[in-house]
Design a protein around this ligand. Structure first.
Ligand code: CDT
Length: 313
């Protein structure tokens, strides 16, 4: 019997600094109901889906910074999402800023959770590849301060049995790193779901990058094919508080082909029925990890971070 997951990618248009949580939750609920009406069992929301992408701002006031984050999940504001998920029997992936107060110290993480169709949190991931800088650079008009506001995720890349398959999660910049997909694939992930906020012009660039949409697709398509997995990538898009974010949310098959893709930079829902066994032939033959991976040759991947070229003559 074919194992299918019907999944929705729920792209969001911009969320301004002044938008209330209630107005954002209303948009997420609308997406969730539309996904359910289309027969989906899982809806994927973007990274930091409850607020503007606040790491673009220099925020020195701790209370203001905390106002973009959640101290508990469900929080009073997000409870409705969990209730609606349970009522409809639909799961969701949600990215948000997390405040953790374990062991008497306060830490912030860029976090994503997976919630099942009973409204239960079944998986949590804290972003590992944090881009940007730990301090503002006055030379740049646009900042990207994830390294200042968040700690590197401490939960690793893990997968969970859910929705009749094995799912893994990651967040935004993680999708550009081959290691993300490979570790998740080694943990059995058959589908990786992720949200992103990708600037049309990064802080070091003088102009909008004409290749940013291409690199978004390239990363996810390569990750999907090389690891025989589905990849669902979901953007927050459009001009947000004056800064451009790419769209291009898409659902990528294990063949590397895009089977559904958003065409706007606004709230937009796309769906696909994903056959988890689509890549069975590839997985058992050409890309059979057990038979073909040569782990002794891969040591530098875990033993060094930077590049060590041969010495010059
Ligand atoms: N949010 C996030 O991780 N964005 C990065 C771009 C950062 S540019 C400094 C991304 O990889 O899309």
């Amino acid at each position: 019997m074919r194992r299918m997951i019907s999944v929705a990618a729920a792209q969001l248009g911009p969320i301004s600094r002044d938008d209330s949580r209630a107005s954002v939750i209303a948009r997420l609920l609308h997406h969730m109901r539309s996904a359910h009406a289309k027969g989906c069992e899982l809806v994927v929301f973007p990274e930091l889906a409850l607020t503007t992408f606040f790491p673009r701002w220099i925020i020195e006031d701790e209370d203001e910074l905390d106002s973009y984050c959640e101290s508990e999940m469900p929080s009073p504001d997000t409870e409705q999402l969990f209730d609606e998920a349970k009522k409809l029997g639909i799961g969701f992936y949600l990215g948000y800023g997390e405040i953790d107060r374990a062991e008497g110290r306060k830490r912030r993480f860029n976090t994503a959770i997976l919630v099942d169709g009973n409204g239960r949190i079944i998986h949590k991931y804290r972003k590992i590849h944090l881009p940007g800088r730990a301090e503002p650079d006055p030379n740049y008009a646009i900042q990207h301060l994830e390294k200042k506001y968040f700690e590197v995720g401490d939960l690793g890349f893990t997968a969970v049995r859910a929705f009749g398959g094995v799912l893994g999660t990651c967040i935004c910049n993680d999708r550009r790193w081959a290691e993300t997909y490979r570790v998740l694939a080694l943990r059995g992930a058959e589908m990786v779901v992720l949200g992103y906020n990708t600037p049309t012009r990064s802080f070091w660039e003088e102009h909008e990058n004409p290749l940013s949409d291409f690199h978004n697709r390239l990363s996810m398509q390569a990750g999907a094919y090389q690891n025989c997995m589905w990849v669902v990538g979901v953007a927050k898009a459009g001009i947000e508080d004056g800064a451009g974010l790419i769209g291009g949310s898409c659902i990528v098959a294990p063949t590397g082909e895009i089977v559904a893709q958003c065409t706007t930079r606004e709230d937009e829902l796309i769906t696909a029925d994903c056959d988890l066994d689509l890549a069975a032939g590839l997985k058992q033959n050409l890309l059979n990890f057990e038979v073909n991976r040569q782990i002794d040759a891969y040591r530098p991947i875990t033993e060094q971070a930077g590049i060590t070229p041969p010495p010059e003559e």
